[in-house]
Design a protein around this ligand. Structure first.
Ligand code: GUN
Ligand code: FE
Length: 475
């Protein structure tokens, strides 16, 4: 029996969500009831469930007030977008200074932007407030975030996520070599500050009036070139001791791969990160564009997830994109990341479009090589992904990469799922999504279907099409 007092929200209309096999479920005329803790208590998708009938009756009898009922009209809800890789302090640089290769770009622009955040608390506050607002407008309900070196600035970042109510896995960046003299730590201070950062986040969330599980700390060795072996070893131990997640960058560009081989005496960053215990089922590695088949097996075996950032990779890894289909075939978890400011667009929509685009270019290259006889036809399926598969990456795939699908079933809209969702409603005068129903002979109207509208929105949707966002049932 449902307690009417325990129902915080009832939605009626179309529910869209990806399945673990990457297909898309579109359920029209649904009723969704969300409980006071923000979990879906019941869904009636017309197949009949006693529990859902009960909710319906409660609404009809006025025991659940009108203020708790959302009519989705001809719109739909789908899970919120998950940004699996974003550098919050780089937001001021988004959309500029993309003219250099990765390793030069970091030194020329990026470390300086992060250093400014650490030196100027008012600047940090302004940047982080604006960023969380933009994330919500873009439907991002969870993110794995790189901050800066300073513990204090990272607490400002964590507070911004808590206050906005966005799920944030927040990392204090650790780096003790190969950076600017003004933006670097010693090995010992990096380890002790990471320790202090983890404890500070735990006490911040414990004293917060907000949902305590919204924000968590992540151990964040920036990438192999800026971290000594001693630092990475220490961070690996700390992550294990504290039971926290790990994030870093891996084999992102040819320049980075070459630097790693040079400083690691011929080994790759993938090998060394694994040897140091930094690859496990709570690890998330950004990019991985240069992964070999062996690397993908290693990621799969260790349970490590990939944060794929196709827009950023078009700039910094143009010579090689993530072997996405191959990663899926190997059983690796993959989500999408904006990689602000290597990628210039806040939000995940642009990246889900680029994910389709670059996969099509990869398939085109494969076809060309097959015709030229320079590649063996070793596979039966296309390397190109569909828009539905990209929507899976942006939602459930991302939630799986962040481990959010386990306890709270984020990324799905099922009974027991945390209600992390976005409401899309087309028809705004400034929407880029237009459609025209056909009038056939005899006055019969052939309407554009919900699935066709979804594909149109996938390609051309923008902020104006998004009417609301919820995280853990909170609007
Ligand atoms: N590798 C190490 N740091 C960074 C960063 O800030 N952005 C990107 N794209 N790659 C990195
Ligand atoms: Fe990055």
């Amino acid at each position: 029996m449902l307690d009417p007092v325990d129902i915080s929200l009832v939605l009626r209309g179309t529910v869209v969500s990806s399945r673990p096999d990457r297909s898309l479920s579109i359920r029209e005329d649904c009723l969704v009831a969300v409980d006071s803790k923000g979990f879906i208590a019941a869904i009636d998708d017309g197949t009949g469930s006693a529990l859902a009938d009960e909710v319906d009756t409660l609404v009809r009898e006025g025991k659940v007030g009108d203020d708790k009922v959302v009519e989705l009209g001809d719109g739909w809800v789908l899970p919120g977008f998950v940004d699996t890789h974003i550098h919050a302090p780089q937001y001021p640089n988004a959309g500029m200074a993309l003219d250099k290769p990765l390793m030069e770009w970091l030194e020329a622009y990026t470390f300086a932007a992060e250093s400014r955040i650490d030196k100027d608390p008012a600047h940090a506050q302004r940047v982080y407030q604006k960023l969380v607002q933009r994330l919500l407008e873009n439907g991002t309900t969870a993110a794995s975030v790189f901050g800066t070196i300073s513990v204090e600035a990272n607490l400002t970042l964590a507070k911004a996520f808590l206050d906005a109510g966005i799920r944030g896995q927040i990392g204090k960046v650790a780096m003790d070599q190969n950076s600017l003299p003004s933006y670097i730590e010693t090995t010992d201070s990096s380890l002790s500050d990471t320790h202090r950062f983890i404890e500070s986040i735990h006490s911040l969330v414990a004293s917060s009036p907000h949902d305590q599980q919204i924000v968590e700390p992540v151990v964040t060795p920036r990438f192999v070139p800026t971290c000594s072996i001693k630092l990475m070893k220490g961070l690996s131990q700390l992550a294990k001791e504290k039971g926290v997640r790990i994030q870093s960058h891996m084999c992102e560009s040819q320049g980075m791969v070459d630097v790693c081989r040079e400083i690691l005496g011929g080994k790759s960053d993938v090998q060394v990160l694994d040897e140091l215990g930094l690859l496990n089922n709570r690890s998330l590695m950004a990019h991985c564009t240069h992964s070999s088949a062996d690397d993908l097996s290693r990621l799969s075996r260790t349970g490590t997830a990939i944060a794929s950032c196709p827009l950023s990779n078009v700039y910094f890894s143009a010579e090689r994109q993530l072997p996405l289909r191959e990663a899926w075939d190997a059983g690796v978890k993959v989500g999408l990341g904006s990689d602000i400011s290597g990628g210039y667009r806040v939000g995940i929509d642009e990246n889900m479009r680029w994910a389709v685009g670059v996969s099509r270019l990869r398939e085109g290259e494969r076809q060309r090589d097959l015709r030229a006889g320079s590649r063996e036809d070793e596979r039966s399926s296309s390397l190109a992904i569909t828009w539905k598969e990209a929507l899976y990456l942006a939602t459930l795939g991302g939630a799986q990469a962040l481990g959010l699908d386990e306890e709270r079933k984020v990324g799905a809209l099922e009974v027991g799922s945390a209600f992390d969702a976005q409401w899309i409603q087309l028809g705004h005068p400034r929407s880029r999504v237009d459609w025209f129903d056909d009038e056939e002979e005899g006055g019969v109207i052939k309407r554009v279907s919900t699935e066709e509208k979804l594909e149109k929105w996938f390609c051309n949707g923008s902020e104006v099409d998004r009417k609301a966002v919820w995280v853990q049932g909170k609007r």
